[in-house]
Write a protein that binds this ligand. Structure first.
Ligand code: HEM
Length: 398
C-alpha cells in the first residue's frame, strides 16, 4: 500500500468515524431513555413515541436536555466520546448504535405506524426460533407420524365391515341442512389444513422441488385463500355446535365405550347413542376447543377483531398458539376422516346422502337405533326427497 493510499484510507476512516459519532450523538440525544433503568411510570404508547407533540426531537446542544420519562439520566456525552474513541481504535465498529437499536426502547419516529419507534423488536428473534424450530420440527413429525400410524392400522385391520346383511331399510342420520353444515366445515377445514401446511412446512418439502418462483406464487395464493376461508370455518363450527351439541352431551355408556376403545381393536360390539364416545371427544376437543382456539387466533392474525391493537408481540403470540393448535387439530382430524371414509363400511354414506342402513345403525349405534324403533326419536326428521327411493339406494345400485 502506497503512502497516498494509506493517507486516503486513514482520512476515510476518520470521516466515517466522525459521521458515525455525530449520528450516534443525534440518535442518543433523541433517545428518551437508556440502559438498565426502571420502566417508565406509564408505558410508552403510540402517542408517547410517535407524536412529536408529546415526544419532541431533542436539541443536539446540551445533549441531555429533557428527561421526559423521568428516568435516571446517563452521560450521553461520555458515551459519544467513547464511541468517537472507538472509531479510532476499532474503525467500523458501531456496536453501541446497534445495542441501542436492539434494546426494545421506543425512540422517536415521525411515522404514524404502531411501534414505529422500535426498529428491532428483540422478542421477534425468540418467536422466529420457536416457530421455525420447535413448532416445525415437533409439528412436522406429528403430521407425518399420525397418518402413517393410521395407514399401518388400516393395513392391519382393513375396513370394518358390516357383520350382518343390509336390510335395505334406511334411517335418516343427517338432515340436508346438517350435511351442508358438515360439508362446509369439512371443505373449509381441508383448505385451511392444506394451505396451512404449505405456509408452515412448504419451504422444507416444496421449495426444493418447485423452485422459488413457483413456490412463491403458490404460497401467496394459498395464504390468501387461507385468510379468506378462516372466517367461513368459524361460522361453520358455530352452526355445527348448535346443531350437534345435544347429541354430544356425555352419557354413562361413554365410559364403557372408552374403556373398550369402541371395540376397534378387539372387534367386539359396544352399544352407543347417536354419537359414540370417540365422536364426542372429537366434537368437544376438536371442534369446540381447537376450533375456537384456531378461530380466535386466526381472527387476530387476519386483523379483523374490532377495536384490537395489533402489536408485533400480539401477532407473535397469536401465531404460536395458532400453529400449535393447527398441528394438533390436523393430527386429530386424520383419525376422524379415516373413520368416516375408508375405516368403516357405510359411514361415508351418511355424509354423502344422509341415510344409513338399519343394520349399520344397529351395529354401530345400537341405543340410538333402539330409541328410533321405540318411537322416541323420529326415523325421518326432514322432508323426504322427491326421489326418496334413489336417495336410499346403495351406491352403484340401479
Ligand atoms: C381449522 C383449522 C385451521 C388450520 C388447520 C390452520 C392452520 C394454519 C397454519 C398451519 C398456519 C401457518 C402458521 C405459521 O406459518 O406459523 C396458519 C396461519 C394462519 N391462519 Fe390458520 N388454520 C386454521 C383456521 C384458521 C382460521 C379459522 C383463521 C381465521 C379466521 C385462520 C387464519 C390464519 C391466518 C391469518 C394465518 C397467517 C397466514 C399468513 O401468514 O398470512 N386460520 N393457519
Amino acid at each position: 500500500m502506497t503512502r497516498l493510499q494509506r493517507t486516503v484510507r486513514h482520512t476515510g476512516h476518520w470521516i466515517a468515524g466522525s459521521l458515525m459519532a455525530l449520528a450516534m450523538t443525534c440518535a442518543l440525544a433523541q433517545a428518551p431513555a437508556s440502559t438498565p433503568q426502571p420502566a417508565p411510570a406509564t408505558p410508552a404508547t403510540d402517542a408517547d413515541t410517535n407524536n412529536p407533540a408529546t415526544h419532541p426531537a431533542q436539541p443536539l446542544a446540551g445533549i441531555v436536555s429533557e428527561n421526559i420519562f423521568n428516568v435516571p439520566r446517563r452521560d450521553i456525552a461520555a458515551e459519544a466520546r467513547a464511541q468517537q474513541e472507538r472509531t479510532k481504535t476499532q474503525p467500523g465498529n458501531n456496536a453501541p448504535v446497534w445495542r441501542e437499536v436492539n434494546s426494545d426502547q421506543a425512540h422517536y419516529s415521525s411515522l404514524p405506524a404502531k411501534e414505529a419507534g422500535v426498529l428491532i423488536q428483540r422478542t421477534g428473534q425468540k418467536w422466529r426460533l420457536f416457530r421455525n424450530g420447535v413448532i416445525t420440527v415437533w409439528g412436522g413429525w406429528l403430521v407425518v407420524v399420525v397418518p402413517l400410524a393410521i395407514l399401518a392400522f388400516f393395513a392391519w385391520r382393513g375396513t370394518i365391515p358390516l357383520k350382518t346383511p343390509r336390510t335395505g331399510r334406511m334411517i335418516e342420520r343427517f338432515t340436508p341442512f346438517e350435511r351442508i353444515v358438515h360439508w362446509t366445515m369439512a371443505i373449509s377445514f381441508s383448505i385451511l389444513a392444506l394451505s396451512g401446511i404449505v405456509i408452515l412446512f412448504g419451504k422444507h418439502f416444496l421449495l426444493p422441488i418447485f423452485g422459488h418462483t413457483l413456490f412463491g406464487w403458490l404460497t401467496y395464493i394459498l395464504k390468501n385463500l387461507h385468510n379468506l376461508t378462516g372466517p367461513v370455518f368459524t361460522v361453520a363450527i358455530v352452526v355445527a355446535f348448535v346443531l350437534f351439541v345435544r347429541d354430544n352431551l356425555p352419557s354413562r355408556d361413554d365410559l364403557t365405550w372408552i374403556v373398550r376403545a369402541g371395540g376397534l381393536v378387539t372387534g367386539s360390539h359396544v352399544p352407543s347413542r347417536r354419537f359414540n364416545a370417540g365422536e364426542k371427544l372429537w366434537f368437544w376437543i376438536g371442534l369446540v376447543v381447537f376450533g375456537l382456539i384456531l378461530s380466535a387466533s386466526g381472527w387476530v392474525l387476519d386483523m379483523i377483531v374490532p377495536g384490537m391493537d395489533y402489536y408485533r408481540a400480539t401477532m407473535q403470540i397469536a401465531n404460536v398458539i395458532h400453529a400449535i393448535a393447527a398441528v394438533l387439530m390436523i393430527a386429530m382430524a386424520c383419525g376422524h376422516i379415516y373413520m368416516g371414509t375408508i375405516g368403516m363400511e357405510g359411514a361415508y354414506r351418511a355424509m354423502r346422502d344422509g341415510y344409513v342402513d338399519e343394520a349399520w345403525a344397529q351395529e354401530h349405534h345400537e341405543i340410538w337405533y333402539d330409541d328410533i324403533k321405540a318411537g322416541k326419536i323420529p326415523a325421518q326428521r326432514s322432508k323426504p326427497p322427491e326421489d326418496a327411493d334413489r336417495a336410499r339406494r346403495r351406491p352403484g345400485e340401479a
